[in-house]
Design a protein around this ligand. Structure first.
Ligand code: P6P
Length: 341
């Protein structure tokens, strides 16, 4: 490959982001360490049945979900990778009841790392794409003793966010607040190489992602919005729509970042006390940062997700994210319904 055309590695990209003043050395190290951990997770995931890590771990997490062996392994890989570098004050994970402090043997840093170590893990045993989602916050100044409340910051406070999708290729998608960029793992080199700078989500789309089996539980604005999509070109929208549902947020969001679309996990009557299924701090917030930096939008049906002030570490939220004009339309339907109720 022509050297001038050879894609740059993540390391060089991060050095250039630091030179541009977008990140500092500690945040650069943090992102490098998370990327290296994702390479180790990719290796374990790609072994499949040969790695002896498929199936259930026989344990449950704070969400009340059965943990897969790879959920537990991925969580351990991320914790161990981040404990020695001196860049973190603590971590929070979908797989842990409360946050985890950096062991006293190591220096503490000024960032907080939140992650879903293996999102969509129910897909692992059927060999469908899964991923790691992460979000980086600043630890508040002058904190002597880290507490859960220090993690409860709105998505707008994120300094970096990303995901790694373990699909036909392993790709890291990252934002540090200056665009959204995609890196593909070159397994021979063992490096993530920049394969798409400044991803842009088309403002309009003909594709939606939702679990249709919940349709009978949706509230009226959702029924109205989806009915219009299903009515196709004979209906009010005047065009046909396609549907995709991977049941792995990372897979659906990556498709939307690549070719547009809208991802929806709404609140519903099945569990009226639950605002939605997905978690705000380590799923919706990082994905919203990534999507907004690619020109998309992300709301909970009424409010911009990155403006929601969290009250609990594992707080759930409804999610409408992707192509800006579709997110704005469905959000307007919810706002109109709220006004008339
Ligand atoms: P359902 C995976 O469990 C997850 O948290 C997301 O990755 C995914 O988008 C969603 O739940 C799938 O939910 O109800 O279709 O299984």
């Amino acid at each position: 490959m022509n050297p001038a055309k050879k894609p740059i590695a993540l390391t060089r990209f991060l050095i250039e982001e630091q030179r541009a003043g977008h990140i500092n050395a500690d945040l650069r190290l943090l992102i490098e360490v998370v990327a290296r951990a994702c390479k180790a997770i990719s290796h374990a995931v790609n072994k499949g049945a040969l790695g002896g890590v498929l199936g259930d771990a026989g344990t449950g997490n704070v969400q009340g979900e059965a943990q897969k062996k790879l959920d537990v392994l991925s969580n351990e890989i991320l914790l161990e990778a981040n404990e020695w570098g001196g860049h973190l004050a603590g971590c929070a994970s979908e797989e842990m009841d409360d946050f985890s402090e950096i062991p006293n043997a190591f220096p503490k840093g000024k960032y907080l790392l939140l992650f879903d170590p293996l999102d969509g893990s129910s897909n692992i045993d059927v060999n469908i794409s899964v991923g790691t989602i992460f979000s980086v916050l600043r630890c508040p100044e002058g904190v002597e003793k880290l507490e859960t409340k220090h993690f409860l910051q709105s998505g707008a406070q994120q300094v970096a966010a990303g995901y790694t999708v373990y699909g036909p290729s392993t790709m890291l998608v990252l934002t540090v607040g200056h665009g959204t960029h995609a890196f593909t793992l070159d397994r021979e080199l063992g490096s993530f190489l920049l394969t798409q700078r400044d991803m842009q989500i088309p403002a309009d789309t003909k594709e939606f992602a939702i679990n249709m089996s919940n349709q009978r539980h949706w509230y009226p604005p959702m029924q109205h919005y989806i009915d219009e999509l299903l009515a196709g070109k004979e209906g009010a929208r005047g065009k046909d729509f396609n549907m995709r549902w991977v049941a792995s947020m990372v897979g659906d969001v990556h498709r939307i970042l690549t070719r547009g679309g809208i991802f929806i996990y709404p609140r519903d009557k099945k569990d009226p006390d639950k605002p939605g299924k997905l978690r705000l701090l380590y799923e919706a917030n990082p994905m919203s940062f990534i999507v907004e930096q690619a020109g998309g939008a992300s709301t909970d049906g009424l409010t911009r997700i990155m403006e929601i002030e969290p009250s609990k570490l594992h707080q759930r939220v409804a999610v409408f994210l992707g192509s800006k004009n579709e997110v704005e339309r469905v959000t307007q339907y919810h706002a109109d319904a709220a006004k008339s109720s």
